[in-house]
Every structure is written in C-alpha cells, then in structure tokens.
Ligand binder design. Structure first.
Ligand SMILES: [Zn+2]
Length: 468
C-alpha cells in the first residue's frame, strides 16, 4: 500500500564534536541520513519520557509556508548528544533553545544535533522554531492533511522518528477562521477572537503514540456527529452530493459495529480518548489508521447508487481493517518497521472475521484460497524471494518492506498458525499479548513467545521455517 521514494545514499556524516564528547563510538552510523537502526537503539537506550508540544500556523494560501514551534521534553539517563530528526534545510530551522537558553547546534544529514556538553543529566527541554516541508502536508485548496507513515514525521517537525519512541503529543493549530481542524486528541479549546480572521484550536494531550500515527487535518469540512451507547464519533467530509452524504449514518453504524466487535474479542475497551474519521477526496490510500482520527478515501466510502456486492463488501472490510488497527498497530505497535507486516496481517484477519457473517452469500474461504495461495506460491518459488521477516537498516527504506510476500504469503501463515493453535487458544494468547505490551511496542518473536504458552506445538521452530 505504501511506497516511499528511495533517495540514494549520499554519504556518511561525521560530526567532530560528537566524537570529542567520547559518547557514541560509532557516530558515523548514528548520523547518517534517515534513522538508522543504531540511532534508534541509541535513543531508546538513553532517552525517555518524551513529550511533544507542537504548534503549526497554517495560512489559507498554499503559496505561504506552514511554520511551527516544537517543544520537546525528554529525560537523559546520562549526558548524551541529543540527535533530533528533521529532514529540512538548515535555513528552515529558525532557532533552537535548550532549557530556555540559546545553544549551538548543527543541522546536518537530516538531523538537528545538540552536543552532549550542553545538555543536563535528567530532564531537558528543547524549543525549536521551524518551517515545515510541504512534502507530507498534502495541501489542496481549502484543506490539507498530514500523512507521515512510515518515516515522514521528520519532514513536518523535529522529532524522534522511530516507532518505539512512543510519546505524548499536545497540539495547537492556527487556521483560517472558516476552517475546521481535527487531530488525534480531542479538541480542548477553540479561540476565534484573539487573531482577526484566524482560529486557534488546541487539542488535549494524546495517549502514547508513535510518530507515524500523529496526524491532523484542517480545512473547510462538514462535521456530522453520531452516538451509540454513550460513545460519540464524528465524521468529517467534503462531500456535497446529498445521496452520498446520506450514507454517513450507515458508515457510522459500521464503525460502531467494528469498535464493539474488537472490544469484545480483545476484552480491552477502545484504548484512546476519542474516535473520529475524516473522508477525504483523492486520499492516496484506502485508509490510514491515525489514532483517533482515521483518514479514508472518499471513493471507497461514499458508494454510487446501487453499489455492487463487492463495493459494499470492500467498504465494510476497509472500515473493519482500519478500526482493528487501533488495537493492532496503534495500541501495540511494532518495535521497528521490519515487523510492519504483523499489523497488516492482523488487521486483514480481523476484518475478515468481522465481515464474513455480514455477507453470508459469499464463499469467503474459496475467496481466501484464490486470493492468496496461488499468488504466494508464484512469488515464493522465484529465486529472489525474501522471507516474510526482513532486515531494515534505516527507516528511510521502510517503504521497501511492502511487497507481495507480505501481502500474499503472510495471510496464509497466519491462517496456518490459527489452525495449529485453535481459535480459542489463539484468542487467549492475543489477549495476553495486548495486555503485556499495552501502549508499547512488540516484536513478532515477542508475540510467538506468548502464543507458545497456549499450545503444545513448538511455535518458535514453526516460525523459524515460515517467517524467518
Ligand atoms: Zn492496514
């Protein structure tokens, strides 16, 4: 689903003062463009308690730049250089303060680097004023939306752009007065009077999120709100055809069904403060599971009059897939993007579990066989086929993780796993897995380790053959 332009590796940077501090022995690896596995591990080991307080000012005209302010707080276990990801030119960084004071810094190879000698042991606060790149803002006339998967948060704001540095985000947006704004967190305050012609929307702090799931949408949007059993969701859209708008109650109903199904299966109540969806014209994927603010493409949500069975089934499956990601992907997230296939294969599996009973006229198991098995064989038998579990040295290549093996072979593997374990043991194992890694990160091996307790089979050996 997701393809990222591969920018050829230009060279390895070495920043002299880092070595002079005597900290990371392999700074050439840490400071290469992108986010290397080594940099990710270095930060995970030394930084903790990361919080972002972000502000973006969004002009009405696409010709004017979006500017921002980021306050990043983090605790350092010992004095270490603070290496922040930001994929922009040095002139896009207007100022950097450390603990309220000006500090020297380097903008190089897609990072902003503050030397270890300037930081304090324990809590540090970095304030950066910057100009955002348009690359991930998807600016159109009258609206924009961010899409940061897999490693594009760093094109929008300075951050630690790796999935296992989950952080709390507080966001404020200043937008044209006639625009709406929606983000991961619920709206806390709105102010339309302080700045003439502008509206300031402040969102409440999120639960721990990976950077690739951070998102906001702003623009001229219609908002419709629906409630069921004390739960309220909003649908934001730009549709004008009354026949299509009239489908919103059906869409909301399918979202409620999916949330309830997943809560029942996992025994974990929806783990985030609110759930909204934004249906966008021309959105490049079917959907993207931004926590609490899922984006969908209009063509698959608003169906034509007299839709075919496949179109109806497709919409239900899409809603079920994205909703399932709130638990599988958002609540428990892969540690590194080489395990991205796990969240996709789970979301597809649960989507099929949810929608099969709704379409009894379809032969689902025949469809499964026809869709995946010949395709998996024809790819896997080729000389260059890769295992499901791949190596990923740098987040900038995360787009290369997606391929036919992931899409066609991994559903077959999951089906085999569930057949081996039995559905009930599998469900019990999944419940323990979600509890164990709540709001955190997991690996495939971590999952197999838990599932192994629920069966007499040796799942590690099986996984080695089929996944590795
Ligand atoms: Zn997905």
């Amino acid at each position: 689903m997701i393809y990222v332009m591969f920018k050829h590796f230009i060279g390895i940077a070495s920043i002299a003062f880092l070595s002079a501090c005597g900290t990371p022995e392999s700074d050439t690896v840490l400071l290469q463009p992108g986010v290397s596995r080594e940099l990710a591990q270095f930060r995970k080991e030394h930084f903790e308690g990361v919080r972002y307080n972000l502000f973006f000012s969004i002009p009405e005209s696409r010709k004017e730049a979006v500017t921002g302010k980021a306050e990043i707080t983090l605790a350092l276990r010992k004095k270490q250089p603070v290496i922040i990801d930001f994929r922009g030119e040095p002139e896009q960084v207007a100022s950097v303060l450390l603990n309220g004071k000006k500090v020297s810094y380097a903008v190089k190879d897609e990072h902003i680097v503050i030397s270890a000698k300037d930081v304090a042991k324990g809590e540090n606060r970095v304030n950066i004023e910057f100009t955002a790149n348009d690359q991930s803002l998807n600016r159109r006339d009258e609206f924009l939306y961010t899409l940061l998967v897999p490693d594009r948060a760093r094109t929008l704001f300075p951050c630690f752009d790796q999935p296992d540095m989950k952080s709390l985000f507080t966001l404020s947006l200043e937008v044209p007065a006639s625009w709406q704004a929606v983000a991961n967190g619920a709206i806390g305050q709105e102010d339309s009077t302080s700045v003439p012609g502008r509206r300031r929307v402040s969102f409440r702090e999120t639960e721990p999120l990976s950077t690739y799931l951070f998102s906001f949408v702003a623009g001229k949007l219609t908002r419709e709100t629906y409630s069921r059993d004390g739960r309220t969701i909003s649908i934001y859209h730009r549709e004008t055809d009354p026949k299509k708008v009239a489908q919103c109650p059906d869409i909301a109903s399918e979202v409620f069904d999916a949330l309830e199904w997943q809560e029942d299966y996992t025994r974990i109540p929806y783990p985030f403060a609110k759930y909204d969806l934004i249906i966008l014209p021309g959105f490049q994927f079917g959907g993207m599971e931004h926590t609490g603010a899922t984006l969908y493409t209009d063509g698959r949500m608003f169906l034509n009059e007299n839709p075919t069975l496949n179109e109806r089934l497709g919409r239900s499956a899409l809603i079920a897939h994205e909703t399932s990601h709130m638990w599988f992907g958002d609540f428990v997230t892969m540690e590194w993007f080489n395990d991205v296939w796990t969240k996709e294969v789970f979301a597809n599996y649960y989507a099929s579990q949810m929608i099969e009973p709704l379409f009894p006229e379809v032969n689902h198991s025949l469809n499964f066989m026809l869709d995946y098995i010949p395709a998996a064989y024809s790819e896997d038998r080729t000389a260059g086929a890769n295992p499901v579990k791949q190596e990923l040295a740098n987040m900038r290549d995360a787009g290369l993780m997606y391929g036919n093996i992931i899409y066609d072979k991994s559903p077959v593997i999951l089906e085999m796993l569930i057949k081996k374990m039995g559905e009930e043991s599998f469900r019990n194992g999944i419940r323990e897995y979600l509890k164990t890694y709540a709001y955190g990160n997991a690996t495939w091996e971590g999952l197999i380790g838990i599932l192994d307790k629920y069966t007499d089979d040796d799942l590690s050996a099986w996984s080695h053959i089929w996944v590795n």
